[in-house]
Design a protein around this ligand. Structure first.
Ligand SMILES: Nc1ncnc2c1ncn2[C@@H]1O[C@H](COP(=O)(O)OP(=O)(O)OP(=O)(O)O)[C@@H](O)[C@H]1O
Length: 619
């Protein structure tokens, strides 16, 4: 195996003391946070911008993303951000009062004997106010949507920053799939919640009150009818909603049962056939489907009932107001006004306002389901953003490796560490690895080899003692810079769907095509895809053997001239003898001009290192 030119040059660079450029990266145990370039593309991008990926981006600091998001309760922040747009929509709805007044006055004037030309100016004004209303409504909706998207982006950035600030050794760190699903899909429910539900809620709490006040100016009786009719709607809808929820839960349970039944029978299809039980199974499946259909119909019936209740009460309210106004104008009901009887224009004004009074409640009912999914999304994101075991230096920007561009010395002095689970694999552990030395940590499973490597990589804070890399103490302030000078080769490297080349380059700006080519040749990967290194590879390395996956991890490290400390966790585990030998050779070549620390059970690999440190299980 021939080292890439920059590896061969590394010793010379080291002795000259020049700082090489580039970004270190490698495969990872779960060091998704070890450095930006080593993260799966989506996570890295989300960490930098909080939006789905479109094109390559220079990694921005995690801390920046975090500070870009305003502090405080995200629901309240979101509501504040959408309040201007919602306010405009409220103003647009209130302008209907002006339209109603213009229509009522014009009709009143015609009834009083004015000519049809008396309609012209009010009609023009009604149209003009209508246009203003439409514009304000559109502007408000647009502002709300933009603000909601902005709030979601900030919330995502904050959540991703919080996730990235958790140590990969934190056993309570949310699973990647669940986190991605909550961030990418479920979080979207925040947008309709903020852009539709919040304005509808604001409208329903302001507009009916103002319209009621407008009606009250002319008739307390009509206002009383409206006042009584409105609260009945949410009351009955809540009662129906409770039944709907119970019915829907029963339907979901039934669906789950049927899915389970179907999956189970599909798995056992061969057995069912061999036992001649196909007809029986089909019959049971048909019964289950029928039962699900019945339950679905119950849910639908209740859903329709709820909209019927809404329409019923609003229609009743409008009808009662119409009856009152009609009989009042006919002189059959001479009460309910402030002094004299209502004029035709006043009566008409009340009549036109009555349906508009119920409109906001209708809108709120239409977007009510946005509330539940939006609240669920906020809760899911809050859960993701919960603090855990911290990753030292997660909030720092990594620009330059702190190791100074040459193989660093690694010192651990009286280091102790306790896992969240309470396991304390070692206590007061001390070790010094000389610059450029190749060291094997050898010991039985569970003795703490991987934990030691993670401590050296600054992936967890130590309980007591001190770690120094190249003389610099490893702590929250220095960890990010020190990690920039490291490469990690883990037992199960992570890959994302894309080409082999892209998986080596990892979007690192200073890893150019030539470095990628050299690294691929170095790791003997250029032959894997028949020379088609640009061909797509499946997610999580599908299409690569275990040994090839490890070689890809070596190529990632080799492509990065800044990685002066290589930490390899069980690099030959589960490999056949030949592949393990190849891997050992690759590591030794990679280690030229670098410090290499390997955790292993493999005595052959250990024997090829300069020094073996045997770790004993604690009594
Ligand atoms: N993330 C974690 N959370 C809680 N406990 C952990 C975690 N990782 C490891 N441990 C525990 O710490 C101890 C040391 O584990 P570690 O993985 O460091 O050992 P190891 O020597 O590398 O083992 P192996 O050779 O099997 O990889 C074990 O008892 C393990 O159960």
């Amino acid at each position: 195996m021939t080292a890439p030119s920059h590896i061969r040059a590394a010793s010379a660079v080291a002795s000259a003391g020049a700082a090489p450029a580039g970004t270190a990266a490698s495969a990872l145990p779960p060091p998704a946070t070890m450095r930006a370039g080593a993260e799966p593309g989506f996570t890295r991008h989300m960490r930098t911008t909080g939006t789905p990926r479109h094109g390559r981006l220079r990694a921005a600091p995690v801390g920046q993303a975090a500070t870009a998001a305003p502090e405080g309760d995200p629901r309240r922040i979101g509501k504040r951000m959408t309040s201007l747009g919602a306010g405009l929509q409220v103003v647009a709805a209130l302008l209907f009062i002006a339209q109603a007044a213009l229509i009522a006055r014009a009709v009143g004037a015609i009834a009083d004997g004015a000519g049809a030309e008396a309609m012209l100016i009010p009609a023009g004004l009604v149209l003009a106010v209508g246009a203003v209303r439409a514009y304000l409504d559109m502007l408000g909706a647009r502002l709300c949507y933009r603000a909601a998207r902005g709030a979601l982006t900030a919330l995502r950035a904050k959540t991703v920053a919080a996730l990235a600030a958790r140590s990969p050794l934190d056993p309570e760190r949310p699973a990647a799939g669940a986190a991605a699903s909550a961030l990418a899909e479920q979080a979207e429910a925040v947008v309709p919640y903020l852009s539709r539900f919040q304005p509808a809620r604001m409208k329903s709490s302001v507009v009916p009150l103002v319209l009621l006040a407008a009606v009250l100016c002319f008739s307390w009786a009509a206002a009383l009818v409206l006042l009584v009719a409105l609260p009945l709607i949410p009351l009955f809808m809540a009662l129906i909603g409770m039944r709907a929820q119970a019915a829907s839960e029963r339907q979901l349970a039934q669906m789950g049962d049927m899915n389970g039944f179907l999956l189970d029978r599909l798995r056992g299809l061969a057995t069912i056939r061999s036992l001649g039980a196909v007809d029986l199974t089909t019959g049971r499946l048909r019964d289950a489907a029928q039962s699900l259909r019945d339950r679905t119909m119950v849910v639908l019936r209740i859903a329709f009932l709820s909209s019927t209740v809404l329409e019923l009460f609003s229609a009743l309210g409008v009808a009662l107001v119409a009856v009152y106004v009609g009989f009042h104008l006919l002189g059959a009901m001479d009460f309910g006004t402030w002094g004299g009887p209502l004029s035709l224009a006043e009566g008409l004004f009340i009549l036109v306002l009555a349906p508009a009074y119920f409109e906001p409640m209708r809108e709120l009912a239409a977007v009510w389901h946005d509330r539940a999914s939006g609240e669920a999304a906020f809760t899911a994101l809050e859960k993701l953003a919960a603090p855990g075991l911290p990753l030292p230096g997660a909030d720092r920007v990594t620009c330059e490796p702190a190791a100074g561009g040459f193989a660093p010395e690694v010192t651990l002095s009286d280091v102790s560490f306790r896992h969240v689970s309470g396991t304390e694999p070692f206590a007061a552990f001390s070790l010094t690895v000389q610059p450029g030395e190749r060291v094997a940590l050898l010991g039985p499973s569970g003795v703490g080899k991987s934990t030691l490597l993670a401590i050296m990589a600054g992936l967890v804070p130590v309980a007591t003692g001190e770690v120094r890399i190249g003389g610099t103490p490893l702590n929250a302030e220095t960890a990010a810079d020190l990690r920039a000078g490291m490469a990690w080769i883990g037992q199960s490297p992570r890959f994302f769907a894309g080409s082999l080349r892209a998986n080596v380059a990892l979007g690192r700006p200073d890893v150019g095509p030539e470095a990628v080519d050299e690294a691929l040749t170095f790791a003997m990967l250029d032959e894997v895809t028949g020379g088609r290194t640009g061909a797509a590879m499946g997610e999580d390395g599908a299409g690569l053997s275990g040994g090839e996956a490890l070689r890809l991890a070596v190529a990632r490290a080799a492509a990065d001239p800044r990685a002066q400390l290589v930490l390899a966790d069980e690099p030959t585990a589960h490999l056949d003898t030949q592949t393990a030998d190849d891997m050992t050779e690759a590591l030794l070549t990679l280690a030229i001009g670098r410090t290499l620390i390997v955790s292993t059970h493999d005595p052959v690999l250990a024997s090829r290192m300069d020094r073996v440190i045997r770790l004993e299980a604690r009594a």
